[in-house]
Structure formats: structure tokens, C-alpha cells
Design a protein around this ligand. Structure first.
Ligand SMILES: Nc1nc2c(c(=O)[nH]1)N[C@H]1C(S)=C(S)[C@@H](COP(=O)(O)O)O[C@H]1N2
Ligand SMILES: [Mo]
Length: 303
């Protein structure tokens, strides 16, 4: 970009939709040109073994197809219900078994740690998937700064509890606030991100503003939104979905086409925007980076 943005006429600015298709084109050409770019671009092997490029899901789709039960169980309704949700100021408490517990604002976290783009597949346990260019940084940077004590074996996360704005929290059926957890080594894996943006812009409220966790090799519900607490703990923490339906949604919930602990199969998925279904990959295709975390574990019983 050589032009001084101030000298550009309004109607010369590339429309957002075109900007996104241009990104798509660049990604595809990188895939065709350089084999080494395959991994960086998140290329998925197809059933036939031929690499298929992961095309980023359009922002418009990502912003209007949301699971965020604090607002609604209707995926299409969430985006319309977040307008009164106040995400500024926002405080995050980091504590438990750590040497330097801290209460820090989301702004401080965002300005202290450099966010970079990570294009990840996200696979929902319901059987759909998207490809998202997140802006974030590895959670292990923050955990190193607070100094996790050796007794800590897990990291527990908590979403804000504010039923006046998160109207879904008035439904007493659910164990609010939403909670999640990771084993410490999972939380420290470089793929696990603290995310503050999407497509180069701050995170939309419906996607978990101002800060969420993203764990791409696990079903989407592990990627907890709008967090206010991060705690290092000794014992495996209770989680929202494991509390509601432990037989369906185990603590690990690694994406696994062969283990369908839900009444429906997890073997295939519908990539939003595509016709038909594609095969689901073990660890959502991130086995190279994470399979070693589960060496010797029976994935059928540890779901
Ligand atoms: N706090 C909270 N986090 C949540 C959820 C939720 O209902 N509440 N839904 C989860 C589920 S099931 C999925 S698939 C993803 C969806 O993220 P997205 O709307 O940004 O695509 O968020 C996860 N994080
Ligand atoms: Mo999900």
C-alpha cells in the first residue's frame, strides 16, 4: 500500500467483500505456488489425499452464525442481541496457583502482548465448521508472566456473568457462568490462543469480545468467549457442557471422527459455505502439533 490513505477518495477504497475475496485469492495462489506454504495456509488433506485449500469463511458468516448461549440458543439471533452488551471497560482476573496473581484490563493485555494472525479451522460438535483468521497470541505467554506453580495441573476459564445484558443467563436450566478448562500442557501448547480480533478488526461481541480462548484441535465449545477469569488449579475443573451432559461432552473433547460420544456421528462436517460434507480429521488436522499430548491415552474413554 503506497498510497496515503488520506488522499484516497471514499469510493476508491476497496469494498470489504472484495478485500476478502482478494485475501482468498492470495491464499489460493500461495497454495498452488509453494508446497511449503501448504502448512502455513492451513491446507487440509481431502479424502482422496489431495490437499484442499482451507478457504477463510467470510466475516459476514462468522458474525451471523454463533453459538453464544449467554444471549440465545438460536445461532442466527445472537448477533442481534449483543448490541447492549458493554465490553469496555473489561477486567480479567488471573490467579489461583500462580506466583504473580493479577487483575488486569483487557486493554492492558491487548497492548502488552503482540497479536498476530492465525488462520485456524474451528469444528463445532454439532457438525459444522468454519475457517477463521483470528488475531491473538499464545496463552502460554500470559501464563509465563504470572508464573504457574508446580502444583497446578489445569487452567480454568470463566465467562462474564451479567444476566441484565446477557439475557440467556436468565434461563435457570444452565449452570452459569459458562466455564471451561484445559490441562496445563494443553493450555501451554503454542496453538492455544488468547484472541482479541478477527479479520484484522477487534473481536465482534458475538464472537467473544473483548477476549476469548481458541483451542483449534478441540470442539468449538472449548473455545470459551468473553472471559473474566483465568485460574491455575490442581484438579480437573468442572465445565459448562460436561456438567450438563457428561456422556456427550467430555473434558477433553478433542475433535475425533472415530469417537461419536454424541448420538450423532462426528465422522464428517459441513464447512459453512460449501455444498456437501467433508471428512472430519483427528485433532481437527492439528495432530502434528498436539498428538504427543495424548500419547498412551485411550481416546475412546478419555473423550
Ligand atoms: N461463553 C461461551 N463461549 C462459547 C459458547 C457459549 O455459548 N458461551 N459457545 C461455544 C461453541 S459451542 C462454539 S461452536 C464457539 C462458536 O464461536 P463463534 O461464534 O465465534 O464461531 O464458541 C464457543 N464458546
Ligand atoms: Mo459448538
Amino acid at each position: 500500500m503506497d498510497e496515503d490513505p488520506d488522499t484516497l477518495l471514499k469510493d476508491e477504497i476497496t469494498p470489504r467483500q472484495l478485500y476478502f475475496s482478494r485475501r482468498k485469492f492470495l491464499r489460493l495462489s500461495a497454495v498452488m505456488g509453494v508446497t511449503a506454504a501448504l502448512a502455513a495456509c492451513g491446507v487440509t488433506p481431502s479424502a482422496s489425499g489431495t490437499p484442499q485449500p482451507d478457504v477463510e469463511t467470510p466475516l459476514d458468516t462468522i458474525e451471523h452464525y454463533n453459538n453464544f448461549y449467554e444471549f440465545s440458543t438460536d445461532k442466527g439471533a445472537v448477533a442481534n442481541l449483543v448490541s447492549d452488551f458493554v465490553t469496555e471497560p473489561w477486567t480479567v482476573e488471573i490467579g489461583g496457583l500462580v506466583n504473580n496473581p493479577m487483575t488486569i484490563t483487557a486493554d492492558e493485555i491487548i497492548s502488552t502482548y503482540t497479536a498476530t494472525e492465525h488462520v485456524y479451522r474451528m469444528r463445532c460438535v454439532e457438525g459444522w465448521s468454519i475457517v477463521v483468521p483470528w488475531d491473538g497470541f499464545p496463552l502460554n505467554q500470559l501464563l509465563a508472566a504470572v508464573g504457574v506453580k508446580p502444583e497446578a495441573k489445569y487452567i480454568a476459564f470463566t465467562t462474564l456473568l451479567r444476566p441484565t445484558q446477557m439475557i440467556g443467563q436468565n434461563d435457570p436450566f444452565y449452570p452459569w457462568p459458562y466455564t471451561e478448562g484445559l490441562r496445563l500442557d494443553e493450555a501451554n501448547n503454542d496453538l492455544t490462543l488468547l484472541v482479541s480480533g478477527l479479520y484484522g478488526d477487534p473481536l465482534p461481541k458475538q464472537d467473544g469480545a473483548p477476549l476469548r480462548i481458541v483451542v483449534p484441535w478441540k470442539y468449538g465449545f472449548k473455545s470459551i468467549k468473553s472471559i473474566v477469569k483465568i485460574e491455575a488449579v490442581a484438579d480437573q475443573p468442572a465445565t459448562f457442557w460436561d456438567t450438563i451432559a457428561p456422556d456427550y461432552y467430555g473434558f477433553y473433547s478433542n475433535v475425533n471422527p472415530d469417537v461419536s460420544h454424541t448420538p450423532w456421528s462426528q465422522a464428517t462436517e459441513r464447512r459453512l459455505g460449501e455444498l456437501g460434507r467433508r471428512p472430519t480429521l483427528l485433532f481437527n488436522g492439528y495432530g502434528d502439533q498436539v498428538a504427543s499430548l495424548y500419547a498412551g491415552m485411550d481416546l475412546n474413554t478419555n473423550y
